[in-house]
Design a protein around this ligand. Structure first.
Ligand code: MV4
Length: 446
């Protein structure tokens, strides 16, 4: 087993990884930017080193400095967390070249799934249903028009290097397609240095449901059921839960088995997630694969009793999974909400000093949070400051515990989205399980 792990991240996920390392008796090395000198994760790690300036490009994305710190501290492995370098194939490759284990899948599989066109191709070959569409880059707006004609509008124009909605647009007719092609190609080029676009049939008012996977290096792959993540705003998830209030057991098993088959086909290892769009008739379509630990992993931990960070570390160290698909059970219902430092009305980030922070307590209430009272939220990073996770014996009980916890959550000095979360959790449509990607725009006053 590893003796020392460097955590190439910040915030709540850095703390989360340190916690598991401590439980596994593994030493930890934190890195921090000039803006994070006094942050919580720095205090908790065994060692901590300044990695660069406040901007992520100078610090948490600074591959050269991170690898220098790893070498200096003799770290055996690097955990990248989520975001930042977690899906950067070049970084994973450079770790391996430096003799440091990257806690994640191989650089090849990261690169392959990073191309959305390649990922579609791989899934099609593995027999997983993908959204009807094409698996090659569009050469020209005219080609896009021909394909849209045969597919039927509305269509989704998407950037192959994309994800998170950048370079993506719904197109309803021929007239808009010409313009959309040019503007999304430019956006994809500006953002990713890759203007390749592809096209899919638009699935209207879908649900976003993902399957959690674990795969060791011995060929054992299991699914840990689904997470329902449909309640989002501008591609930022707000509420996640498991099980999905919409899916039936038979569909979950079909999705899980399809995801395992596909993961095996691409030689996937470590923790990963297959994202699906699910339509109102419970048809599911592969969307993208995330080759990292996700923000919402605690939801799966709560219903399975596993520690996914521990599983990742063991897999990276070459251990076999200690369970099989049929020995795994899930139990109860978990809900996670993301706490953002933002104005609940305008959704603008709200940096500043946290003057009061009182967290709700309770045996089925879990916090993953990066800030303390008197800490300052800086404008340099993602405004998500923490997560609140609850577990109940069923969905109704989980909702009730979450509502109680949100009513006791007291954060002052900065604005937060807690009023929005309370609105979602108390909404009749949420209680009835009408959780689609249109939830916030349809039901919440903005
Ligand atoms: C789609 C779609 C409908 N049809 N693709 C949004 C982010 C990107 N990863 C994929 N996304 C979508 N792709 C087809 N063919 C609808 C979305 C989408 C969405 C997906 C998941 C969660 C929230 C969403 C909000 C708007 C659009």
């Amino acid at each position: 087993m590893f003796k020392k792990i460097l955590i190439a991240n910040r915030g709540e996920i850095a703390r989360r990884i340190i916690r598991t390392c401590k439980a596994m008796n593994i030493k930890t090395v934190a890195i921090y930017s000039e803006a994070d000198e006094n942050s919580f994760h720095v205090l908790e790690a065994d060692q901590a080193f300044l990695v660069g300036g406040p901007r992520v490009s100078e610090s948490y994305l600074n591959i050269e400095n991170i690898l220098k710190i790893a070498a200096k501290t003799k770290a055996d492995a690097i955990h990248p967390g989520y975001g930042l370098l977690s899906e950067n194939a070049v970084f994973a490759e450079k770790c391996e070249q430096s003799g440091i284990t990257f806690i994640g899948p191989s650089p090849e599989v990261i690169a392959r799934m990073g191309s959305k066109i390649e990922a579609r191709k791989a899934m099609e070959e593995a027999g997983v249903p993908v959204v009807p569409g094409i698996t090659h880059p569009l050469s020209h707006a005219n080609e896009a028009m021909n394909i849209a004609s045969s597919m039927g509008y509305p269509v989704m124009l998407k950037a192959s290097a994309g994800g998170g909605g950048i370079g993506m647009q719904v197109v309803h007719d021929h007239e808009s397609l010409q313009k959309a092609f040019a503007s999304n190609q430019k956006r994809a080029n500006d953002f990713f240095g890759d203007g390749a676009l592809y096209m899919e049939k638009c699935i209207e008012n879908p649900r976003h449901i993902e399957i959690q996977l674990l795969a060791d290096k011995k060929g054992n792959t299991v699914y840990l059921w689904e997470r329902e993540c449909s309640i989002q705003r501008r591609h930022q998830k707000v509420v996640e839960e498991a099980p999905s209030p919409f899916l039936d057991e038979a569909t979950v098993i079909k999705m899980g088995e399809a995801a395992v088959k596909a993961a095996k086909a691409i030689n996937y290892t470590n923790a990963g997630t297959m994202e699906f769009l699910v339509d109102s008739n419970m048809n599911f379509y592969f969307l993208e694969m995330n080759t990292r630990l996700q923000v919402e992993h605690p939801v799966t931990e709560e219903i399975t009793g596993l520690d996914l960070v521990e599983e990742q570390i063991k897999i990276a160290a070459g251990e076999s999974l200690s369970f099989t698909q049929s020995s795994m059970k899930r139990e109860g219902h978990a809900i996670e909400v993301r706490i953002y430092a933002e104005d609940p009305k305008t959704f603008f980030p709200s940096p500043g000093k946290i003057t009061t922070l009182t967290l709700p307590e309770g045996k089925n209430v879990r916090h993953e949070i990066a800030v303390r009272e008197n800490d300052t939220v800086t404008p340099f990073y993602d405004p998500m400051i923490g997560k609140l996770i609850v577990k109940g014996k069923d969905r109704q009980e989980a909702i009730q515990i979450m509502q109680q916890a949100l009513s006791e959550y007291n954060i002052a000095g900065i604005k937060s989205n807690i009023p929005l979360l309370r609105e979602v959790l108390s909404h009749q449509a949420f209680h009835s399980g009408d959780t689609t990607t249109s939830f916030i725009s349809r039901y919440i006053n903005q």
